[in-house]
Ligand binder design. Structure first.
Ligand code: NAD
Length: 405
């Protein structure tokens, strides 16, 4: 059982039966399905959909394609989705899906056939009022459009609300592409104020340069933050000019052209560890995979705030070390909840057959993220905890209120 869940339950003296319920997913679906490869060969794939809780509404959560994706990882991610939706107060439960595959080894057509086969395999358990998938690591709007199409074909009716993160022309929401990062920016700016930091030109280092990380770099740099270092799966780079930081717009174009941030002009290639531990940035933003920050790193990290855009980036025991060193960790279930919040807006638009302007989407996102940050901060003050425990307490209180036994 998750240690933070146990601690949070102790603090609020949660009844044992509720703890037992939260500690287990309601449903685990594992599917094995065949896909025809371009060579004509048939290959078997293994996928998951884990539905942790629907106490507060339909299950909601992304789909991940990664070679290390397994049942335990998807179960953790589904649990965090339940908590995340509760922290931001949207009427969803938590779920997550994944396929164990390195998508970089598949052609575009193989990826499409695999996505359609996975959709057929889980079609019985998903649906607009049941369980609504979305993008996660190495899945994107294109993958979502295949899921939408395949599911609609199966049930014989166009059903855009079965999945979020779709392309705009297929019923996606304006603002969904930047929602995770922008939600993180709103939370970060509020926490900086609450911590009483004097406004100066703050700097950041970002681990991971995909949807969450690259958008974060662009948004922060547009708001006057210096981006000193970034990394992706192939390389980590630090700006040679620490006074100015990296030119993020050029870096995004460079990565599009070359496939990596490696060898970006004006930067120096360093190790992933150096990015985490020796970059003199005020803020560290993990925006890649889970479990990449170890206890050893925690003793060395120079940043004073860690904003978890990634899910579960800190290994067990890291929180305690950082807390002792006075580093504030803004937990994933608050920091990256902007993505699911705008997914909820997309689903609402699909169900009500509406189209919201980008301004409306971003204004509503800001309202929700600010309210959630204040709610977490209030609990942190009340129970004298760190932000992660506070967010857990808030979420557990909201979820257990809706559990029917
Ligand atoms: P993505 O696939 O778009 O990007 C992942 C990035 O991480 C890529 O740049 C990749 O090169 C990099 N990466 C992979 N392994 C790495 C390593 N070992 N070291 C450094 N970089 C590495 O995925 P994403 O959607 O940006 O998701 C990133 C994280 O954010 C995940 O933990 C995901 O669960 C979380 N998240 C994403 C969303 C969303 O809306 N996209 C919402 C909430 C949380």
């Amino acid at each position: 059982m998750n240690e933070t869940l146990k601690k949070a339950a102790e603090i609020i003296k949660l009844k044992k039966e509720y703890l037992e319920i939260l500690a287990r997913p309601q449903r685990i679906v594992q599917v094995n399905f065949p896909v025809k490869m371009d060579s004509g060969e048939i290959r078997m794939f293994c996928g998951y959909r884990i539905q942790h809780s629907n106490a507060r509404g339909p299950y909601k959560g992304g789909i991940r394609y990664h070679q290390d994706c397994d049942l335990a990882e998807v179960a953790d991610l589904a649990f965090w989705m339940t908590l995340k939706c509760a922290v931001v107060g949207i009427p969803y439960g938590g779920g997550k899906g994944g396929v164990t595959v390195n998508p970089k080894t598949l052609s575009g057509q193989e990826l499409e056939r695999m996505t359609r086969a996975y959709t057929r395999a889980i079609a019985d358990v998903i649906g607009p009022r049941k369980d609504i998938p979305a993008p996660d690591v190495y899945t994107d709007a294109r993958v979502m459009s295949w899921i939408y199409d395949e599911y609609s074909r199966i049930i014989g009716k166009k059903t855009p609300a079965v999945v979020t993160g779709k392309p705009i022309k297929l019923g996606g929401s304006l603002g969904r592409d930047i929602a995770t990062a922008l939600g993180g920016v709103y939370v970060l700016e509020k926490i900086i104020k609450l911590l009483g930091w004097q406004r100066k030109k703050l700097s950041a280092a970002i681990q991971g340069f995909g949807n969450a990380g690259a958008n974060m770099a662009e948004l922060l740099s547009g708001r006057g933050f210096k981006i000193l270092a970034v990394s992706d799966s192939q390389a980590a780079i630090v700006s040679k000019n620490l006074k100015e930081g990296l030119n993020v717009k050029s870096l995004i174009e460079f990565k599009k052209r070359t496939g990596s941030v490696k060898n970006f002009p004006g930067s120096q290639n360093v190790s992933q560890k150096e990015l985490l531990c020796t970059t003199p940035a005020d803020i560290l933003v993990p925006a890649a995979l889970g479990g990449l920050i170890t206890q050893d790193d925690a003793h060395k990290i120079k940043a004073k705030i860690i904003l978890e855009l990634a899910n579960g980036p800190l290994k067990e025991g890291v929180d305690e070390i950082l807390d002792k060193r006075g580093v504030s960790v803004i937990p994933d279930i608050l920091a990256n909840a902007g993505g699911v919040t705008v997914s909820y807006f997309e689903w609402l638009q699909n169900i009500k057959n509406q189209r919201w302007s980008k301004e409306k989407v971003l204004a509503e996102l800001k309202k929700i993220m600010m309210r959630a940050t204040k709610d977490v901060w209030k609990i942190k003050q009340k129970y004298r905890t760190d932000m992660r425990l506070a967010a857990y307490i808030l979420a557990i209180q909201r979820v257990t209120k809706k559990i029917k036994i």
